[in-house]
Design a protein around this ligand. Structure first.
Ligand code: BG6
Length: 802
């Protein structure tokens, strides 16, 4: 169906051209002409457009029209022209001018803007072709050069594909002009769906054409983080690190609940809605290495990405979740669910994040957000360690300057008792420098913030408050990609959050009444990498969402598997038990022999174990531990596929183990990988014989593959299953094919062998192997039986019970 031509009847057409010419003349007077920009707002009559986008576009027009650009604004939606025009006119009624603009000026600008803004129905491919034709015709009539086109998708994601296809096929500007498409969240639901959506969009648009909005990046206090760090480099350089920062809190509290949008909220919950995007973005700005040039979009984006690479994986214990009491009832009502329905969607979450790099190692970053809380406020607070001792009594402390008072820096995003964006710096830290668009502020007398009176801070607020969307529209117009979420950034963020979301999927959130009545119910604490509510779970306020079994409801099960001891539990408990057993073995070995020789497998199962050893085992005798590899892929040690890399990332960099006690497998010699002639396997065997008494490891940690392989000993392997060789080269059915592995005879010399088996994927092989005899050719794991040592199986319930 063709677009109704009502908005392009000759009268309107002429008016538009006159308006464009007037604006154009104004521009010519102001500056040389920069070209014409068409802005197409899809979803022009929707909520976001009404609340923020039209106002933002008007502001853009006010800011830029005088600098040489000319504009036309096309409000678009599926609604038929007449009705759409009416709705859009309503949305445009409430446009306002900056406070300092004279009313007559304001009326004039508004009038011009309204004349440049037309509604059009965009529904079919023909509608898009007609839009393109109209833009081209306008340009021809006015003789203007086209600078570019902005398509703002203020529509639900299911509509993206269709719109994207139409824009790509019929609305691209000619050569020399840019195309920018602006996308609003949600950008997927997890890593998989985000990747799918990104791939789909990638078939229509280039990366540089896409502007994914996170409106928090447009909030003035958030946008000030990097410039502030840059302008105050001298003062912050020595402070912005683990030696001085006690912790970082990134908080967004809301008083509203999810009523009216439970359809969306039920699918997303607070972690996807706020933590994965807004709070993570703030975290990256605080934590990233500061580029030399903070206005280089490329450098900022690159440094942000590096933060994601250094984030320590989250575990179930890294988060606590809650749900306001009336939420389930609202869902039942709005989504017509039966009375028995109880939602598990969290409306409150706090997550403890660690960044494993030299700057931030050990500093807790706490991300927290929730609906139906006692106040609306957002901030990023950097609390510094207090390493001062004041000798004089407290009454002599210079109120604002004593080094014994709290020292903090707060990027106050908005609301709260301050009621505006602000940057607060404790006076005992340093006097900050801010750009002239920020001014020193005074709050209401007696106001206390973050434990100190406001007078203890240097406090700044923006001279002119601006809405986030309006800030971002300006950045889109200027092509500032660093204020938007790139595909890489988006996927890195989902990569980080998805495992936690999966692990919380069945966790019952703590119910809270909402508002001030929450009292201390949601207060939480953290230690050893875990977060927990400060108070015990009280009686459920309403019947809870079913008695979902919790790991703690189960005892660790002890039994036999293949006639050897079996330890079985939910994965978290299993890992903790295994880590304790390893520590106990290590302590015993060091006490008796002065050394502990531990051979570790790679792959995904031991990652949680490494993390547990790294974060919760302070009594581990690392200084006397030698670490060996059970097997290795024939890739460079720095390759992400390398088992050593996993060990390095999740364990080695967190513990104090002497370098000469670490024994990676020599898979990379003479700049080639696992070449027989280089004799890497023999070299490793000699090293073991030289350092490990009787070549008998104190403990070997193995896994079991779904095909029955263990270490890198695969079914039918011609080497390593028997014979004299201690270390062998083998071939894996999956890539990378070449491997180096300890042989079964060497493994069986160990004093203790622990086999860790986790996950539902292992269910079948676990059953099968429980029934087979000693058949290492078919199932190498069945050949594991230490001659004089002990074999213990560690299986989680998923692997063992299915
Ligand atoms: C949105 C979330 O992205 O941010 C909402 O979807 C939340 O749930 C909102 O209320 C908060 O934004 P602001 O700008 O009000 O802090």
């Amino acid at each position: 169906m063709l677009a109704e031509p009502f908005n392009w009847h000759p009268g309107m057409w002429n008016m538009l051209i006159v308006a464009m010419c007037l604006a154009f003349l104004g521009c010519l007077q102001a500056q040389e002409l920069q070209g014409h920009v068409s802005i197409i707002l899809l979803g022009a009559t929707g909520d976001l457009a009404k609340k923020y986008l039209w106002q933002g576009l008007f502001q853009l027009y006010l800011d830029e029209a005088g600098r040489g650009h000319s504009f036309s604004f096309h409000g678009a939606a599926l609604t038929a022209p007449r009705q759409g025009q009416e709705l859009m006119a309503k949305a445009l009624e409430s446009l306002s001018c900056p406070k300092d603009m004279a009313p007559s000026h304001c009326a004039e600008h508004k009038d011009q803007f309204l004349q440049l803004s037309q509604y059009r129905q965009l529904k079919t491919a023909e509608d898009y072709q007609a839009l393109n034709k109209d833009i081209e015709a306008q340009l021809q009539h006015t003789g203007l050069r086209e600078a570019g086109r902005i398509f703002y998708f203020s529509v639900p994601p299911f509509a993206y594909e269709d719109i994207a296809r139409n824009i790509n096929s019929s609305c691209r500007p000619g050569p020399g002009a840019w195309l920018r498409v602006v996308l609003e969240k949600p950008f997927g639901h997890d890593h998989f769906s985000a990747r799918q959506l990104a791939t789909e969009l990638g078939t229509f648009f280039q990366e540089e054409e896409m502007y994914r909005v996170d409106h928090y990046l447009g909030k003035q206090a958030v946008a000030q983080i990097l410039p502030f760090r840059d302008q105050n480099r001298k003062a912050l350089d020595g402070l912005w690190n683990r030696h001085h920062v006690e912790r970082v809190e990134i908080i967004m509290k809301e008083t509203v609940d999810a009523e009216g949008r439970t359809g969306f909220y039920e699918e997303y919950g607070v972690i996807r809605d706020v933590l994965q995007n807004h709070l993570t973005e703030v975290l990256t700005l605080v934590a990233m290495e500061l580029p030399h040039n903070v206005s280089s979009a490329e450098a900022v984006l690159r440094h942000k990405l590096q933060v994601f690479q250094a984030l320590r994986g989250l575990q179930r214990g890294s988060a606590i979740v809650g749900q306001y009491q009336s939420y389930s009832e609202q869902v039942r009502r709005e989504l017509q669910k039966p009375d028995s329905f109880h939602s598990l969607t969290p409306t409150f979450a706090a997550v403890l994040v660690h960044i494993d790099n030299l700057r931030w190692e050990g500093v807790p970053f706490i991300l927290m957000s929730g609906k139906a809380l006692d106040e609306r406020v957002g901030y990023a607070r950097i609390l510094f360690k207090n390493q001062a001792c004041c000798v004089q009594s407290e009454k002599h402390w210079a109120a604002a300057q004593s080094q014994c008072l709290p020292r903090q820096l707060v990027f106050h995003i908005g609301h709260g008792d301050l009621g505006s964006p602000a940057v607060l710096v404790s006076r005992n830290l340093f006097r900050p420098s801010l750009p002239s668009s920020w001014k020193e502020m005074e709050g209401p007398p007696g106001l206390r913030l973050f434990g100190s009176p406001l007078s203890d801070y240097y406090a700044y607020s923006p001279v002119q408050e601006r809405d986030a969307h309006s800030v971002l529209l300006s950045h889109i117009f200027h092509g500032r990609k660093d204020f938007f979420i790139t595909t890489e950034n988006l996927l890195a963020s989902w990569d980080f959050w998805t495992p936690l979301l999966e692990s919380l999927a069945h966790k019952a959130p703590r119910l809270y009444p909402g508002g001030a009545e929450n009292g201390r119910l949601l207060d939480f604490e953290f230690s050893s990498g875990r977060l927990f509510f400060s108070q015990q779970q009280p009686e459920q306020l309403v019947p809870g969402p079913g008695p979902a079994p919790m790991p703690s409801d189960f005892q660790v099960l002890r039994a036999k598997y293949r006639e050897s001891p079996l330890v079985s539990a939910w994965s978290e408990e299993l890992i903790s038990k295994l880590a304790n057993d390893i520590e106990a073995t290590a302590v015993r070995a060091v006490r008796r022999f002065g050394q502990f020789h531990l051979a570790l497998s790679g792959g995904s199962s031991p990652v949680a174990l490494f993390q547990q050893l790294a974060t919760a085992h302070y009594g581990f005798p690392w200084a006397h531990t030698h670490l060996w590899l059970v097997d290795e892929r024939c890739v460079p040690l720095s390759d992400p596929e390398s088992n050593f890399q996993g060990l390095q990332a999740h364990l080695l960099q967190h513990v104090r183990i002497p370098y000469y006690n670490i024994h990676p497998m020599p898979v990379h010699l003479q700049q080639r990988l696992c070449a027989e002639e280089d004799q890497g396997a023999q070299i490793y065997a000699r090293e073991i014989s030289a350092l490990v008494a009787n070549s008998s490891f104190d403990l070997v940690l193995l896994g079991m593959g779904a095909d029955g392989h263990t270490a890198s000993l695969f079914p039918q392997s011609p080497t390593g299953l028997d014979g004299e060789q201690l270390v062998v080269l083998t071939t894996s059915p999956s890539q990378p094919h070449r491997r180096m592995s300890l042989s079964l005879p060497l493994i069986n010399r160990a004093k203790k062998v622990a086999v860790l088996v986790m996950g539902r994927m292992k269910r079948e092989i676990t059953t099968l192997v429980s029934r087979v005899g000693h058949e290492p050719k078919k199932w190498p794991i069945s050949g594991v039986l230490p001659h004089s040592g002990q074999l213990v199986w560690y299986m989680d319930y998923d692997a063992f019970l299915g």
